[in-house]
Design a protein around this ligand. Structure first.
Ligand code: GLC
Length: 532
């Protein structure tokens, strides 16, 4: 049943791929009920083919009560009815593949939904309780949580049940953590991997990949103590080596969501018998500053080199502030802890920088991720407080705006209701009033649009030798200018300084993120690709 149709890229496609993240709920609404769905995706596959991407990563599309946008999975082998059916998912996979586009699914191994059959059985006191982390509380009457761990979304990582026991959830209470020391948990996930590889998916994104293993004693967290009780524990590597065996049976690949400050520890996940790739969050979080970007790039390449894994370049995703907004603020880095309402933003500035950053990331060695709407230059939206759904907002006590601002349903057609996202019902998150101006249809007609830039850049990247996996050599450049060569005479320059930068004299301009000045120089916050 596994599909073996040749795609337009070779078997190690993932080393150089452009991978587009689809957040189904907000991509395109085929049945008009206000929620994106697989019918919407199928209808827009030609758009994705024209954009030129090699693969689609689907954020979880499984059956879910959507307490965390689908990262609370009730059934890993069923599609959420709001999105469609399993048969439709198989069609998406097959139809995309006919267009030369591979599919990556998102597996969430750290936790399940509180609607998952295992959890329901655990609540009735069955043996399934062993599949989770239940403990008695501390204090005279067990009224205190078993330890001091905090949820990633704020508040304690423990919730007490009516029977008096507490259970662990590193995220929302509706996402109980699985006990990865239990063999049934491991077995089940390898079966799930097989289930999706059998359906023709080319890869799997692993959610919260460094959090699965817990210290069995569940001790309090002590700053600086090694090993951490639940982040990046050594036991995990055994899990991923075993997963790799499964992936190799199908030629499948992994991308891990591994947020780790220590680059040596990060690289361990990318050893040849573990994950193929992992997201590069240091680049995503890096401020718009030439020196810091260069350091981030150098460190990334240095940490990947010893394990032979390609780097990935990510500017945004469904969890972080959209790129044009982030780059238009005084603090151009990203940090969950510093998100607040009402941060002043210069969108014109942010957009100029985001255009330059797109050419930068597409020229760097390795694979590139594009989050839906990034190719339209969508800004982070302000969601009215009474429409926010993200648990991160609620568990912060309402101070964190949450992640819904980057999850707003896409604008497709300027003149259509709801900017062409869907037809009948209002989208599940409100679209800002200026959303139609960002519509894909409009941008496709405008050679100066963000969409046109992405289309041209991806086309050039695909057809010109020198891009993708391989080496990078820094070229001498003025302060605040990044300039590097790939092979085949390909050069990328990004000017982050106020002084216009001279292009190399004997070069041919392939593409620039904005116009050159009257003297043919590269202005501030502009990038260019050159052939020398
Ligand atoms: C990952 C996902 C995020 C989700 C969390 C819990 O970080 O990207 O959206 O909330 O895991 O599953």
């Amino acid at each position: 049943m596994a599909q073996r149709t040749p795609a337009r890229t070779p078997h190690d496609w993932w080393r150089s791929a452009v991978i587009y993240q689809v957040y189904v709920r907000s991509f395109a609404d085929g049945d008009g009920d206000g929620t994106g769905d697989l019918a919407g995706v199928r209808a827009r596959l030609p758009y994705l083919a024209e954009l030129g991407v090699d693969a689609l990563w689907f954020s979880p599309w499984y059956q879910s009560p959507m307490k965390d946008g689908g990262y609370d999975v009730a059934d890993y082998r069923a599609i959420d009815p709001a999105f469609g059916t399993l048969a439709e998912a198989e069609k998406v996979i097959a139809e995309a593949r006919e267009l030369g586009i591979r599919t990556i699914v998102d597996i969430v191994p750290n936790h399940v939904s509180d609607q998952h059959p295992w959890w329901r059985a655990a609540l009735t006191g069955g043996p399934e309780r062993e599949l989770f982390h239940f403990r008695a509380g501390r204090g005279d009457h067990g009224e205190l949580p078993p330890n001091d761990w905090k949820s990633e979304f704020g508040g304690p990582a423990w919730t007490r049940l009516p029977d008096g026991d507490w259970y662990l959830h590193l995220f929302a209470p509706e996402q109980p953590d699985l006990n990865w020391a239990h063999p049934a948990v491991r077995q089940e996930h390898e079966d799930i991997l097989r289930f999706w590889f059998e359906r023709g998916v080319a890869g799997v994104r692993i959610d919260s990949a460094a959090l699965l293993a817990k210290d069995p004693r569940l001790p309090d967290f002590v700053e600086g103590r090694d090993p951490h009780p639940y982040v990046d524990r050594d036991e995990l590597h055994d899990v991923y080596r075993s997963w790799r065996g499964v992936a190799d049976e199908y030629g499948g690949v992994f991308v891990g969501e591994v947020w780790l400050p220590d680059s040596e520890r990060f690289a361990r996940y990318l050893r040849p018998d573990e994950l193929h790739t992992a997201f590069n969050f240091s680049f995503l979080a890096c401020p718009w500053d030439a020196r810091r970007l260069r350091t981030s790039i150098d460190e990334t390449l240095a940490e990947h080199a010893p394990v032979g894994a390609p780097a990935t370049w990510v500017l945004c995703n469904h969890d972080v502030t959209r790129t044009v907004t982030r780059y238009g603020r005084a603090d151009t880095g990203f940090d969950f802890a510093t998100k607040v309402f009402g941060t002043p933003t210069d969108l014109a500035l942010g957009t100029r920088r985001a255009r330059a950053a797109a050419l930068l990331s597409l020229a760097l060695p390795g694979a590139v991720y594009v989050y839906q709407g990034e190719e339209l230059g969508l800004p982070e939206a302000d969601i009215p407080r009474d429409r926010i759904e993200d648990p991160m907002h609620f568990r912060s006590g309402g101070t964190d705006p949450g992640r819904d601002g980057c999850r707003v349903p896409l604008p497709w057609v300027a003149e259509a209701p709801y900017a062409g996202f869907g037809s009948r019902e209002e989208p599940w998150l409100p679209q800002p009033a200026d959303w139609p101006a960002y519509a894909a249809g409009l941008q496709a007609e405008d050679p100066g649009s963000m969409l046109s830039l992405y289309r041209q850049a991806i086309r050039i990247r695909r057809t010109t030798p020198g891009f993708g996996d391989g080496a990078l050599t820094w070229l001498p450049s003025a302060d605040g200018v990044l300039a590097f060569a790939r092979t085949e005479g390909l050069v990328c320059m990004v000017n982050l300084s106020e002084t216009p930068a001279e292009l190399h004299r004997d070069s041919r301009l392939l593409l620039s993120s904005g116009p050159l000045d009257d003297h043919g120089r590269l202005p501030q916050d502009t990038a260019a690709w050159l052939l020398i």
